[in-house]
Design a protein around this ligand. Structure first.
Ligand code: SAH
Ligand code: SF4
Length: 391
């Protein structure tokens, strides 16, 4: 049995054609699934009986099993979906006036292992399939429509951010059909501006996304220089800041907006000093030279959401404000992200689900911690030290 949530419209068309059906039949079927949330082929009244019989025999529209659902005091909802073999991933719905944002996971765990991220701390199990990525949106949209009695044609989720568990650009092949379905007018019909891929900086895949499906892009920078970023985001050793910003500039040629979002997680005494704010300003604004061209961007400062074992602290509010002021004063649009759903551990970076750590990150971290001399301190000095990554 094939799960039809696995297909974008073009792949569904191919699948139907192989079974002797015309492409427009696939579009009708696609609309039943993604516009009406229907999983029962027998009620798809405008499809021929023979087509419906074939679907019943060969296909399913299979939702992800829900392990739990929690609602925060601010209305944020977090689902834990069981994806099998001991892995579970989290999805968060954030209601706001005039819009509803769904934060979607792309992997069970994450192999990038950023120092400040609960998902990274857990290690990596596997990539999600397209059906598992899209299944999060399918469930959230239609379960909430049903619960709230929202009529067909009115949607609840207006924005999707690929900011849940995982590095979406390390699961590109599954991500792409999911994005295409989100944008498809016969699917969820979201505009490219309202679908955001957030990445820790997988440079070659930023270029592919630009060519294949240029939705809004957010780059998780977190440091103004390579020495610090190497420690916070280990992927930086492979794709350093200059290469990352160059790919972001190339992305802008096709991006739905004329800026890239820069995410910067505020860590007390690590990346939040006035000097680092100034370094970030210089990096992003550039000096017009070929060596330092800058990047048209908006900066989103994210107060660090602590989790046990990170050993890091959130920057105090006045330090965040002072950091933001340096960027504001240089006319760089800067916002401080409002923390949502932290009473149910649904805020940025708190998503952990349940992961079978096949990369054994946690084990390696414990081994390193058990041998203090083998755990070198940061190359940075004084108050701005962070531990070396264990990976
Ligand atoms: N892997 C992608 C998307 C998922 S993380 C990425 O790294 O961009 C989504 C955002 O949450 C990223 O900007 C990430 O840096 C941020 N984040 C991770 N851990 C965090 C934490 N503990 N507190 C605040 N933000 C965090
Ligand atoms: Fe992975 Fe993003 Fe977390 Fe880094 S911040 S470990 S890339 S999910």
């Amino acid at each position: 049995m094939v799960n039809l949530l696995q297909f974008d419209r073009s792949a569904l068309g191919d699948w139907c054609e192989q079974r002797g059906e015309k492409p427009f039949r696939a579009t009708q079927l696609f609309r039943w699934i993604h516009q009406r949330g229907e999983a029962d082929f027998t009620v798809m009244s405008d499809l021929a009986k023979s087509f419906r019989d074939m679907l019943v025999a060969e296909a399913v529209v299979k939702a992800l099993p829900i392990a739990s659902e929690q609602v925060a005091s601010d209305g944020t909802i977090k689902w834990l979906f069981n994806v099998g073999a001991g892995d579970a991933v989290e999805t968060v719905f954030i209601p706001e006036t005039g819009r509803g944002t769904l934060c979607v996971s792309s992997q069970a765990g994450c192999a990038v292992n950023c120092r400040f991220c609960a998902t990274g701390h857990q290690g990596f199990s596997r990539n999600l399939t397209t059906a598992e990525i899209l299944g999060q949106l399918w469930h959230a949209e239609f379960a909430m429509r049903k619960r709230l009695g929202v009529p067909d044609g009115e949607r609840i989720i207006s924005n999707v951010v690929m900011m849940g568990m995982g590095e979406p650009l390390q699961n590109y092949d599954a991500l792409l059909p999911a994005l295409k379905t989100m944008l498809d007018d016969h699917g969820y019909g979201l505009s490219r501006r309202r679908v955001t891929v957030s990445t820790s900086g997988v440079v070659p895949m930023i270029d592919r996304l630009r060519d294949d499906c240029p939705v809004a892009l957010a780059v998780s920078l977190h440091a103004p220089d390579d020495a610090l970023r190497d420690e916070l985001v280990p992927l930086n050793r492979k794709y350093p800041i200059a290469e990352l910003l160059a790919s972001a500039r190339r992305y802008l040629e096709r991006a739905p907006r004329d800026f890239i979002t820069i995410e910067y997680c505020m860590l007390d005494g690590v990346n939040d000093s006035p000097a680092q704010a100034e370094a970030l300003r210089a990096l992003l604004q550039g000096d017009g030279s070929a060596a330092t061209p800058g990047l048209p961007c908006k900066v989103n400062l994210i107060p660090f959401n602590p989790f046990a074992a990170s050993g890091l602290r959130r920057s105090p509010t006045d330090r965040v404000a002072a950091f933001a002021a340096v960027l504001h004063d240089a006319a760089i649009v800067t916002t401080v992200r409002k923390t949502r759903g932290d009473d149910i551990a649904a805020a940025c970076g708190q998503l952990a689900g349940e992961i079978q750590d096949r990369t054994r990150v946690a084990e390696r971290r414990e081994r390193t911690a058990a041998v203090p001399m083998a755990a070198p301190v940061s190359r940075r000095r004084g108050a701005q030290t962070v531990p070396e990554p264990c990976a």
